[in-house]
Design a protein around this ligand. Structure first.
Ligand code: BT5
Length: 329
């Protein structure tokens, strides 16, 4: 079956107010009425509710919550980001998908997205729970001009973009826990894992991998205290493709701004960073060190005034924040 014709029929249905006749569709696309019917049936199987009435034709009644290329590209307002979509029903990890495709020369801004990850990755070998259909599990391949040092800010810029998008799409007052968590209150709604490949002094590619808990009604016991979803917070399910489009736009803008002026770390990040002005604990050589988070440096480091009076600049790693996910120390 011609997938392109199916996409065109979907676009026609979306752009028609009311019914469109089978005859009109078939003459518009130059295919038979029987072929139109087959495509309509395929769309219904995917979850599109298409009403059909004799002598009137077809009408799209509702759109399922899909993250297929058709739904992502429909109305996407970016120049490059997310314009090539690699969608799978299930995969090990979208970061791994992106790495495999990077070797095949796919374009800058390619999006790798899946309904379910069977080996979703957190940092430091941890697991990211990615149930089917409940979230936005995706990675973006960026062939950046930044230096490996500047790239350490990628996670922070991505977090800022996700934060902006969730705020504008849902009104949820999400905050950033430095460096890679997006939280609502004291629970995590999104995690970011950035991976990169570099030669000496030159970036080959960088892959921000983003997991957003969207339509997850509840979490298993071991996560229930530290995880939340947008559905839990707002009380209703959300169209994932629409939120994703907003993230892609924000990410494209935030990255462009950062590439133009890498020395100007956005003040907005500081305002949205829940770790700042809190008691924090970090680790040096396995030893816990406590203090107060006082600033983010222009390079994106967390600056901590330690209890012993020293000032520490933390570049990466785990930082516990008192009051978040029940961190206590
Ligand atoms: C992260 O690691 O937060 C990075 C998560 C990145 C996930 C995305 S999904 C798309 C792409 N492909 C991948 O394979 N990964 C990326 P970290 O800071 O290490 O946090 C991991 C910890 O968060 C786990 O040990 C759990 O305690 C908790 N966790 C696991 N799944 C969670 C979920 N769905 N929501 C909230 N917390 C979760």
């Amino acid at each position: 079956m011609n997938a392109n014709a199916k996409q065109k029929i979907l676009a026609l249905l979306k752009n028609t107010n009311g019914y469109i006749s089978g005859e009109e569709i078939s003459s518009h696309l130059g295919i038979t009425r029987a072929a139109v019917w087959k495509h309509i049936r395929a769309l219904r199987e995917e979850g599109y509710a298409v009403d059909s009435v004799p002598n009137k034709g077809y009408r799209l009644e509702s759109i399922p919550d899909l993250v297929t290329p058709e739904e992502i590209l429909d109305g996407l307002q970016t120049k490059q980001m997310g314009r090539s979509v690699y969608f799978t029903d299930s995969t090990d990890s979208t970061n791994e998908e992106a790495k495999r495709h990077a070797l095949m020369g796919v374009p800058d801004g390619s999006l790798f997205i899946t309904e379910e990850q069977t080996m979703g990755k957190g940092r430091l070998g941890r697991v990211w729970t990615s149930p089917k259909g409940g979230g936005l599990w995706f990675s973006i391949l960026c062939r950046s001009h930044l230096s490996p040092l500047q790239i350490s800010n990628m996670t922070l810029i991505t977090g800022l973009a996700v934060c902006r998008a969730i705020r504008s799409e849902t009104g949820c007052e999400v905050m950033i826990k430095w460096p890679n968590d997006i939280v609502i209150g004291s629970r995590k709604v999104c995690g970011i894992l950035t991976e990169m490949a570099a030669e000496v002094g030159k970036i080959e590619y960088v892959i921000p991998g983003i997991g957003i808990n969207v339509n997850i009604p509840s979490f298993p016991k071991e996560l229930a205290l530290k995880a939340t979803s947008l559905q839990i917070e707002t009380g209703k399910p959300l169209r994932r493709a629409k939120l994703l489009q907003a993230v892609l736009v924000e990410l494209e803008n935030a990255l462009a701004a950062f590439e133009n002026a890498p020395e100007q770390f956005p003040d907005e990040y500081r305002r949205l960073c829940v770790s700042l002005h809190k008691r924090v604990r970090f680790f040096r050589n396995g030893e816990p060190r406590d203090g107060q988070a006082v600033d983010i440096s222009p390079e994106g480091e967390l600056i901590v005034q330690e209890d012993n009076g020293e000032i520490a600049s933390i570049y990466s790693g785990e930082v516990l924040v008192q009051g978040i996910y029940g961190d206590s120390f």
